[in-house]
Design a protein around this ligand. Structure first.
Ligand code: ACO
Length: 366
């Protein structure tokens, strides 16, 4: 029987044009650049003026061009997202239609920050089973719409963006070699967006759902869960940490990434860290980090990559991914989204008035 694997052959991302630094946040959040950087590693984040579907679409166009495929070649589009524009119909079908992927099935997958990695696992297993040949796996988030600007412990941590990969059937020994998905028991209350789903409260009108969380509880559980998943994923691939060339973790907090590396006894120098530039983009964070590793030349042909992730639920997961030969794209897409030419104050004015936020610069008449 021919070995069938799922090789990553294309990658793309879209980072919204509006960059919001920690100093910008100080205008409307009771915080400081020093606190955010020292407690999280974040220096800035991007906030989007377009929908999750639009961001996901552009990342997908770019991934398709890099893979040298057209949308008509696709069998499946998976959108991993906690912030889809629509739940019914799903947002993946918006992306599928805009791409012109006429023969592709499309579904959303929501396990919070782990959604993209869970999607990669699903697509890989479907390719291995022979159900499909080619899939797009997208992670896209517009979490800026889910922030309560009075909750300084959470609103500084997140950013918007999208990343996507194309996976396709291959007889080479490449792709996701193993994957371990988990869900920490009795931990649903540590991170939630109340009223985001069909409940009576949703129908009261004018509601801005916002994120609630217990950072310290997540912090500890995330490290323990990811370390366990990593060991199990390595075991399932018949590997040890010595076989790993590069570590691509979910970017939620630099101290969580460093804590995990320490717990695993893995060198932090081999770890991809880009939380300083993009903050936590939830489901988009891992494909954005993968893109970063390719773009900076750190990801080389044939490398073996360890990935680890966690999110609300608390869901977690880890996997071992073997990269193929291709580290440069076949082509480049000319699709684009016009840049946003106003300030964060204009972008978020609706959310600011809902949460009663008064910008400091506004209050001194600037
Ligand atoms: N600016 C200034 N001070 C702040 C801020 C802020 N933005 N946020 C909290 N503080 C204050 C607190 O009020 C507290 O003050 P106090 O000591 O006077 O009470 C102090 O800083 C320390 O707060 P801690 O909560 O102990 O800070 P900690 O070092 O634990 O860091 C953080 C908090 C960054 C939230 C950390 O716990 C964390 O990263 N947790 C996990 C992150 C996470 O859950 N990410 C989401 C994962 S799931 C997903 O990706 C969707």
């Amino acid at each position: 029987m021919t070995l069938r694997n799922a090789e990553v052959t294309g990658w793309g991302r879209y980072m919204p044009s509006l960059v919001v630094t920690n100093r910008d946040l100080v205008d409307f959040v009771d915080t400081s650049d020093e606190w955010i950087q020292s407690r999280t590693g974040i220096k800035q984040r991007h906030y989007s003026h377009v929908s999750t579907g639009e961001m996901g679409w552009l990342a997908a166009e770019r991934a398709l061009a890099a893979a040298g495929l057209s949308a008509a070649d696709l069998d499946l589009v998976i959108l991993g997202s906690t912030t889809p524009d629509d739940v019914c119909p799903n947002t993946a079908s918006y992306i599928k239609n805009k791409l012109g992927a006429s023969d592709a099935a499309a579904f959303d997958l929501n396990s919070a920050c782990t959604s993209w990695f869970y999607g990669l696992t699903v697509a890989t297993d479907m390719i291995k089973a022979g159900t499909i040949q080619r899939a797009l796996v997208i992670g896209a988030e517009r979490l800026s719409l889910a922030m309560d600007w009075n909750k300084r412990e959470s609103c500084c941590l997140f950013g918007d963006g999208a990343g996507a990969v194309v996976v396709q059937s291959s007889s080479a020994d490449v792709g996701l070699l193993s994957s371990k998905l988990s869900c920490v028991p009795d931990s649903r209350d540590y991170l939630r967006i109340p009223c985001w789903g069909i409940r009576p409260e949703v129908h009261t009108g004018g509601l801005h759902p916002s994120l609630d969380f217990d950072g310290a509880a997540i912090f500890k559980r995330a490290i323990v869960a990811m370390a366990k998943d990593c060991q199990q994923a390595l075991g399932a691939a018949g590997m040890s940490l010595e076989d790993i060339d590069l570590f691509v973790p979910h970017q939620a907090n630099i101290r969580i990434i460093e804590g995990l590396a320490r717990r695993l006894n893995f060198p932090v120098e081999k770890t991809v860290i880009c939380i300083d530039k993009y903050a936590n983009t939830s489901a988009a964070s891992m494909p954005i980090a993968l893109y970063e590793a390719l773009d900076s030349g750190r990801l080389k042909p044939g490398m073996t990559i360890l990935m680890a992730t966690f999110g609300a639920g608390l869901s977690s997961g880890a996997g071992v991914l073997r990269w193929g030969d291709r580290v440069g794209g076949e082509g480049v897409s000319d699709a684009a989204i016009p840049a946003y030419d106003q300030s964060v104050r204009e972008l978020l004015s609706d959310s600011f008035s809902y949460h009663g936020v008064v910008c400091k610069s506004q209050s001194v008449g600037q």
